[in-house]
Design a protein around this ligand. Structure first.
Ligand code: AMP
Length: 395
């Protein structure tokens, strides 16, 4: 896979697939610009070389040409972040786009309208990808967040740039971080998996079992493991049809000499509510009427020991119902241990959905080595899949 740093883009029109799928308020104001900020390095490199970035992205899930989802809403914020005026096309492909692109020169930036206004984008339409490709001399994919989709702009288009396709800075960083954890991480390597269900994480568990030395299994999914071993989990969340799977995971861990850390005590609630009464119970003896909501102090102390003695850490999924303040302590503490271990030299990657939300909510993003920008793309990478967007750059 060629990186943007292996090329000089002077005088080139450069098609860049970015991920500007940012959250908007009711008044269509950008609520979180991190995805725009994340694309800045790649765009700046093209500008510095004397090229013309032609930016393309999707926004939301529009059904056809719906002004609600127009990228016009984000133009001001993109200009503010990049410090350059944007030429917005109002359409994806057409006469107007062709003329604007043609008339743009070095130092200028063009932004196409929402790619998903055209159904051909999601369908991975070859002709559509070819028409898009005609707008640029070279192609960069910097949209890790959609790299798991075989859409026209994320994957199919690359075939029209046999020699001139590149990975952007963000995409490279994401791929490097995953590689560091999964393949070249300094030992001991620790995986921390939390979240609600075993079923949604099973492929990840199976895949990382070959890569990690230690594995913390926390959050709601721990209860399926505890029940499978004969523990009494009260009214805690449990997937009864996954108990034999849980036992086979524990068996596999034994075979592979992966040390498993399950919680041994939990903060329980008498109902699923922040206002509930709470009590700490041993995880094997939760009375009925009570459910486990967060890791208890003894569990956290074991997790701390595992985290502080690891050199590479992967964190996916909260260890409690962190959305409720009274059950967020475990997830916050976990973030603190990971930050401490990172400060002492460990490499830490936080990836996939809710753990990223937790890291942002509790302000750990600058204290860990890398926070992935791609939810689904990161999860599929951890499952061991080759993402279509990445494959297209390497073929
Ligand atoms: P996931 O998307 O699978 O990573 O799951 C994240 C969700 O798991 C969050 O919304 C948490 O509130 C939830 N979760 C974590 N621990 C528990 C628990 N003990 N009981 C119920 N839900 C939990």
């Amino acid at each position: 896979m060629n990186s943007i740093y292996q090329n000089d883009f002077k005088n080139q029109k450069v098609l860049i697939r970015v991920d500007f799928n940012v959250p908007l308020s009711n008044k269509k104001v950008v609520m979180d610009n991190s995805r725009i900020v994340a694309a800045k390095k790649t765009i700046d490199k093209i500008l510095k070389d004397g090229g013309t970035p032609i930016l393309m992205s999707h926004l939301g899930r529009p059904k056809g040409n719906d002004p609600e989802f127009s990228l016009s809403h984000i133009v001001k914020e993109v200009e503010r972040v990049l410090g350059v005026k944007i030429k917005f096309t109002n359409e994806v492909l057409g006469e107007k786009t062709t003329v604007i692109v043609k008339k743009s020169g070095p130092g200028e930036i063009v932004l196409l309208e929402n790619l998903r206004f055209c159904p051909e984008e999601k369908n991975g339409d070859l002709k559509f990808a070819e028409e898009l490709s005609k707008l640029g001399d070279s192609y960069i994919n910097d949209a890790f967040g959609t790299a798991h989709r075989a859409h026209a702009s994320t994957s199919i288009i690359a075939s029209f740039f046999p020699k001139n396709k590149f990975a952007g800075e963000l995409l490279l960083k994401e791929v490097e971080s995953i590689h560091k954890v999964m393949n070249t991480g300094k030992k001991p390597v620790l995986g921390i998996l939390g979240g609600a269900k075993v079923s949604s994480k099973i492929t990840i568990i199976n895949n990382i079992m070959d890569k990690v030395d230690k594995l913390i299994i926390g959050g709601g999914m721990a209860f399926t493991f505890i029940k499978a071993q004969g523990g009494h989990i009260g009214d805690s969340i449990c997937e009864d049809d996954k108990t034999s799977l849980a036992l086979s995971i524990l068996e596999k861990a034994k075979e592979k000499k992966v040390e498993i850390y399950l919680p041994n005590d939990v903060v329980c609630a008498n109902e699923f509510s922040n206002e509930a009464e709470t009590q700490i119970f041993s995880i094997n003896n939760i009375p009925s009427g009570w459910q486990g909501m967060d890791a208890g102090p003894s569990s956290l102390s074991n997790f701390e020991e595992a985290i502080m003695s690891s050199k590479t850490i992967l964190w996916n999924g909260p260890v409690g119902v962190f959305e409720m303040e009274n059950f967020s302590k475990g997830t916050i503490e976990l973030g603190e241990y990971i930050s401490k271990s990172t400060k002492l030299g460990a490499f830490s990657l936080v990836g996939g959905g809710d753990s990223v939300a937790a890291v942002k909510q509790f302000n750990f993003q600058d204290k860990v080595s890398y926070v992935s920008t791609g939810g689904g793309a990161m999860l599929e990478s951890l499952e061991g899949k080759t993402l279509p967007g990445i494959k297209a750059l390497t073929q």
